[in-house]
Design a protein around this ligand. Structure first.
Ligand code: NAD
Ligand code: IPM
Ligand code: MN
Length: 342
């Protein structure tokens, strides 16, 4: 019996996770779902963003569905105060979720919902492979009254394993994004990616691109890309840029995967959207599409995953548009539109 943990989190998190669970129950009749506090909600209840009990529950599950964490009520510049984002980073590290897959596949029905011109977006079908447990996010941090620092650190082994994920996912090629003209970690990243390529994937076309140029190319000519592999911080930024190819950050799903033995975590790329939380306007589609990735990668239910993706596709083709896509549909209406096609 498949068993998942849900972590609705903060802001719009609970508003988008609840309808997603409804869809999952519709698709998988023997699914068990256990919900836990996470992020700011867990700080309020327990003083920490992720309790050991919740981590243990995740480890015991087949997959985790996450909403989003964070919000102004927990924002702080005090280095010793708990922050919701610590739950997210702690979970990724503890579960060893080093590979973050962020597919960017604009729906034809939404080409005109993007601020970019249709002819720029057409044909785009790319995958951002973001390294998720290394780099500047997890290096040593210091802070004194007069200075602060964040260390960017990567081991060769960390780069090798994310490079392998990228090469295995490639259909037409891999673009490795770095800042090798400035950063030592990037120079070793580039060398390592090329060594893995030469030794194991020499038949896959490989290009290097500097990250500033990559940001520009993603909006100027996105259909040139197949798999884009990059370090943690660059992947965070580039995937929000790429989100706009789909019309809205509310459309982009993600899967965070690690070793076979660990459960994957599936979550939308966007945050807790405090500016619209509680208004009923949140776009739930990124979370629905994350649930499709959960069905595919977490539970091995490929046909259920496709059923969900195609229901989203058909609802959009019939005109479903939430506010962020220039329409008026509420979260409830968007859910009903997708359910109608399941
Ligand atoms: P955000 O992604 O929450 O919001 C950015 C903008 O996009 C806002 O205008 C918001 O209304 C809109 N938006 C986002 N998701 C939407 C959706 N589903 N439907 C409609 N509109 C949507 O980014 P932010 O405002 O910079 O961050 C808010 C909080 O979320 C911060 O505390 C941040 O740390 C956190 N955050 C969490 C995650 C996560 O849990 N994985 C990811 C990113 C940001
Ligand atoms: C994301 C988010 C997180 C990140 C934050 C909230 C820590 O932006 O999942 O993309 O930077 O990884
Ligand atoms: Mn982000």
């Amino acid at each position: 019996m498949p068993h998942i943990v849900t972590l609705p989190g903060d802001g719009i998190g609970p508003e988008i996770v609840a309808p997603t669970v409804e869809l999952l129950h519709r698709l998988v009749c023997d699914l068990t779902v256990v919900e836990h506090l996470f992020g700011g909600a867990s700080i309020d209840a327990h003083g920490t963003a992720m309790t050991p009990d919740v981590l243990a529950a995740m480890r015991a599950s087949d997959a985790v569905l996450l909403g989003a964490v964070g919000g102004p009520q927990w924002d702080t510049t005090d280095p010793d105060a708990p922050r919701p984002e610590q739950g997210l980073l702690g979970m990724r590290k503890e579960l060893g979720l080093f590979a973050n897959l962020r597919p960017v596949r604009p729906f034809p029905a939404l080409y005109d919902a993007s601020p970019l011109k249709r002819d720029r977006i057409e044909g785009t079908d790319l995958l951002v492979v973001r390294e998720l447990t290394g780099g500047i996010y997890f290096g040593e941090k210091t802070r004194s009254a007069t200075d602060a620092s964040d260390l960017c650190h990567y081991t060769v082994a960390e780069v090798q394993r994310i490079a392998r994920v990228a090469f295995r996912a490639a259909r037409t090629g891999v673009t490795s994004v770095d800042k090798a003209n400035v950063m030592e970690t990037s120079r070793q990243w580039r060398q390592t990616v090329h060594e893995v390529h030469a030794a194991e994937f020499a038949d896959v076309p490989l290009d290097d691109l500097l990250v500033d140029n990559a940001a520009m190319q993603l909006v100027a000519d996105p259909s040139q890309f197949d798999v884009v592999v990059t370090e943690n911080l660059f992947g965070d930024i580039l995937s929000d840029v790429a989100a706009m190819l789909t019309g809205s950050i509310g459309m982009l799903p993600s899967a965070s995967l690690g070793a076979q033995s660990a459960p994957g975590v599936f979550e939308p790329v966007h945050g807790s959207a405090p500016d619209i939380a509680g208004t009923g306007q949140a776009n739930p589609l990124a979370t629905f599409l994350s649930a499709a990735l959960l069905l595919r990668h977490g539970l091995g239910l490929e046909s259920e995953a496709q059923a969900l993706e195609s229901a989203v596709d058909r609802a959009l083709a019939e005109g479903l548009r939430t506010r962020d896509l220039g329409g008026t549909a509420s979260t409830v209406e968007a859910t009903a539109a997708v359910l109608a096609h399941l």
